[in-house]
Design a protein around this ligand. Structure first.
Ligand SMILES: Cc1cc2nc3c(=O)[nH]c(=O)nc-3n(C[C@H](O)[C@H](O)[C@H](O)COP(=O)(O)OP(=O)(O)OC[C@H]3O[C@@H](n4cnc5c(N)ncnc54)[C@H](O)[C@@H]3O)c2cc1C
Length: 452
């Protein structure tokens, strides 16, 4: 197939979450053809799994500009920019109306799981003329296998469906299978699951916002059912490390999570085990026992009834094996993003905006965007994803200058430490660099290369 024939093929989008739909809106805005595959039965099906959780960023950061423009041409009433939606509201008040627009609807396939992507006629090894071959996207749609051709592929399939396991070495074991009806991965809706958790010994594993959300809900339950025992285990040296920017956070609701959890810790409402490295879990006399290294000594916490595992997520690249990818060996993010987001080396929850150039893969016209572009790193913000797809779509539609621009204002986390001397967050960076990465929020309309 030559280049002219390829032009008429659509761009395929994998995943109908907020970032995938933003890519669709950007493509529509440019008059480009696309097809979007969502494995769930609804748009935003991963977000719906945490639909009860209130987001920490207000509406103004949660909607893509091109998507909003399309919606404003319809009967849609925009939400209040300052309000904080729940995940459910993000889907019902924004993603669903967007996906129901006539110009979107016909191009979206639900219950459509992408199981393979390749270049037509070319396995991974074959190079000559590779770039001219269209992509083939293998999709299971309601039990039937179908192949779609595309001129470019944007993978926005997120990481929600691949949670990290309990063990601190990252390995899945049979024990988790045996205990599966007493383990919840993610953030349970504790109110709806009251009978499951009330007056039980519940251990929350993890130190991110998901763990904090689960702990806050459990603490409310404990208020009503005082025999509920809450354990919190994490690998951090001290619990204070998870409090975040608190009052200094550019997103007050995110800062509030740190303030509220500190209050609970200070009131001794939670049994904290840290630093705790879990080596194994097992079932003993109907209870769960959790064995690990606590402050250098092996301990066994017995009598646990329920585990809530909020240890983060990892990307699924199994269906991309015939493509040439460049991902970081540790973070599993897009390679160029790793130095900006690697939690081992710096805690800039706010990552400088980036676009097509950083997201470009060795496989021409294939991009990983959104939550998945961050691999195992936890600090992704929707606003960052929207800027990613704006830039990628500009590039794919020939607007190379537009692709290089940065049009984004990101709120700061209020915490920003680094161990990398050359990082954007280092105190030796210039004032301009510091302000655009780690200081107060600034409007970023600079060339990407000018920051760190
Ligand atoms: C509890 C929680 C709260 C958060 N709060 C905020 C916040 O306040 N502000 C903020 O900016 N960010 C927040 N985030 C982070 C982030 O913005 C969200 O995770 C967001 O949903 C990421 O969007 P996405 O489109 O990249 O991925 P997802 O929303 O995960 O969407 C990916 C979609 O791809 C589908 N899919 C997966 N595999 C396949 C496949 N093989 N084929 C087809 N479809 C597939 C999934 O079903 C899913 O619908 C939060 C995250 C969580 C978990």
């Amino acid at each position: 197939m030559n280049k002219i024939e390829q032009q008429v093929l659509p761009v395929a989008i994998i995943g109908g979450g907020p970032v995938g739909l933003a890519a669709a809106a950007q493509l529509l805005g440019k008059g480009e053809e696309f097809i979007l595959f969502e494995s769930g039965s609804s748009i935003g099906s991963s977000v719906l799994e945490w639909g009860h959780v209130r987001m920490f960023s207000p509406w103004q950061y949660n909607m893509d500009r091109a998507a909003k423009e399309l919606l404003l041409k319809s009967e849609w009433s925009p939400p209040n920019d300052e309000e904080l939606p729940t995940g459910g509201e993000l889907v019902n008040d924004y993603l669903l109306p967007l996906s129901h627009l006539p110009e979107m609807k016909t191009k979206i396939y639900l219950n459509a799981k992408v199981v393979g992507v390749a270049r037509k006629g070319f396995d991974k090894l074959k190079t000559a003329q590779r770039e001219n071959a269209p992509f083939q996207v293998y999709v299971e749609i309601e039990g039937n296998a179908k192949v779609f051709e595309a001129r470019a592929v944007i993978d926005s399939s997120g990481t929600w469906r691949r949670p990290n396991p309990i063990l601190s070495n990252g390995i899945w074991t049979k024990a988790e299978k045996i205990l599966e009806d007493r383990i919840y991965y993610g953030i349970p809706n504790v109110k709806d699951l009251e009978s499951r958790y009330k007056n039980k010994a519940v251990m929350v594993i993890g130190s991110g916002h998901s763990a904090i959300n689960a702990l806050l809900e459990l603490a409310d339950l404990k208020g009503e059912f005082p025999d509920t025992q809450i354990y919190w285990t994490m690998r951090k040296t001290k619990v204070q490390d998870v409090y975040g920017g608190q009052e200094n956070d550019g997103l007050p609701a995110r800062g509030e999570l740190g303030i509220r959890i500190q209050k609970l810790v200070d009131a001794n409402q939670i049994n904290i085990l840290t630093p705790f490295y879990i080596h194994r879990v097992s079932e003993t006399a109907g209870k769960i026992s959790v064995v690990g290294d606590l402050k250098g000594e092996e301990v066994s916490i017995k009598e646990v009834d329920e585990l809530i595992v909020s240890t983060g997520f990892r990307p699924d690249t199994s269906f991309l094996q015939e493509l040439r990818l460049s991902t970081d060996p540790a973070v599993e993010s897009v390679m160029a993003l790793a130095p900006l987001i690697d939690p081992n080396v710096h805690s800039c929850g706010t990552v400088r905006p980036h676009g097509e150039a950083e997201l470009r893969q060795p496989e021409k016209n294939f991009y990983i965007v959104g939550m998945k572009s961050y691999g195992r790193a936890p600090t992704f913000l929707l606003a960052t994803g929207y800027e990613q797809v704006r830039s990628v779509v500009a590039y794919l539609t020939g607007d190379f200058e537009g692709a290089k621009e940065v049009q984004l204002e990101l709120p700061e986390t209020g915490v920003c430490n680094t161990n990398i001397a050359t990082s954007c967050c280092d105190s030796s960076s210039s004032a301009e660099q510091t302000s655009s990465c780690c200081g107060v929020p600034v409007k970023l309309e600079i060339s990407r290369s000018s920051c760190c």
